[in-house]
Design a protein around this ligand. Structure first.
Ligand code: SAH
Length: 194
């Protein structure tokens, strides 16, 4: 994945398509915004930074937990092979799918349900991106990561979390590294906040 291509793509991606009518006028501002149902879309600079840290390539199979508006999904779909995205709120998943279909992405697979235990049917994944905050890293997600794979996940309580990068080497050994503090909505489900 090329950094300049990523930045050019995110700069040209119209965030207003992913926002509700009342918020479209704020699309250009680099701030998180509400997307309905108490959920938020992250600021574009963080989405770009997280995508760069995840470093997918055109052969990657990527699992995303928390489709939300589909904004992060679009960027993953542009730079990955296949994207498997899970969202627990059906209305958000359907809305994201409409936008992403209209953009022409045919490499995105959608699931409505609890993604805190991943999406085992299509595992393993080369990359996993979690865009909701977990209390700890779900063991199922680690299991569904390929050797040589990488996962980004915000870990911690409601007010502030540590963005954790977990990598798995070719022998299956797991390494964990804290990137920075972030603030995401909660991961709700079996391995989330309940
Ligand atoms: N990446 C999104 C932002 C998502 S906000 C974007 O670019 O717009 C986090 C999303 O995670 C919310 O839509 C929330 O409903 C979803 N979520 C929370 N817990 C979940 C779970 N257990 N499984 C799937 N989705 C979940």
């Amino acid at each position: 994945m090329d950094y300049n291509e990523l930045i050019a793509f995110t700069e040209n991606l119209d965030r207003s398509s992913f926002l509700e009518a009342g918020y479209k006028q704020y699309a250009q501002i680099d701030e998180p915004l509400p997307i309905g149902f108490g959920q938020t879309i992250s600021q574009p600079s963080l989405v770009a930074q997280m995508t760069w840290l995840l470093r997918p390539d055109k052969s990657s199979r990527v699992l995303e937990i928390g489709t939300g508006s589909g904004y992060q999904t679009a960027i993953l779909a542009e730079f990955s092979g296949q994207v498997y995205t899970v969202e627990r709120i059906r209305e958000l998943s359907d809305r994201a799918r409409d936008v992403l279909d209209s953009m022409g992405y045919a490499n995105i697979h959608y699931k409505v349900g609890d993604g805190s235990d991943g999406w085992s049917e299509n595992a393993p994944y080369d990359r996993i991106m979690v865009t909701a905050a977990a209390s700890e890293i779900p063991e199922e997600l680690i299991d569904q990561l390929s050797p040589g794979g990488r996962m980004l996940i915000p870990v911690g309580p409601r007010d502030v979390q540590e963005l954790v990068m977990l990598s798995k080497d070719s022998s299956g050994e797991v390494y964990r590294e804290a990137v920075e503090n972030v603030r995401f909505v909660e991961l709700i489900g079996k391995y989330g906040w309940g």
